[in-house]
Design a protein around this ligand. Sequence first.
Ligand SMILES: [Zn+2]
Length: 132
Amino acid sequence: MSFPLPEPTPLTQPYWDALKSGRLVFPRCKSCDHAWLPTRSECPRCLGDRWEWETASGRGKVVSWVVYHHAYHEAFKVRLPYMVAVVELAEGPRLITNIVNLPHGNSIALDSPVVLKIEEEEGFALARFALA
Ligand SMILES: [Zn+2]
């Protein structure tokens, strides 16, 4: 069974294109300076619709995580165990992602520093992270 892939829209296509070129981008509001992910058309803080893409430094920290020991989708069976984490970028936006280099015992600490590691899945570049 194949890996479930993103379904880009005209709004999110620039995000996926940037990853393909090796950059993680996020929207930043021109009115209040707030930055966010996932991509949406209005600023979640002030609801302004004037924003622009900004390139992330690739640095962040782990703010929440879970280790899966059971696959709820056939495509993930060969990946067990794997970690799904919420990473907060140095610039503020948070994204749900994977930590690719699980430590011994699969145990990490809150605020563990991570760095962006773009990986390809069936033609899509995905933003994953590695413990720094
Ligand atoms: Zn705003």
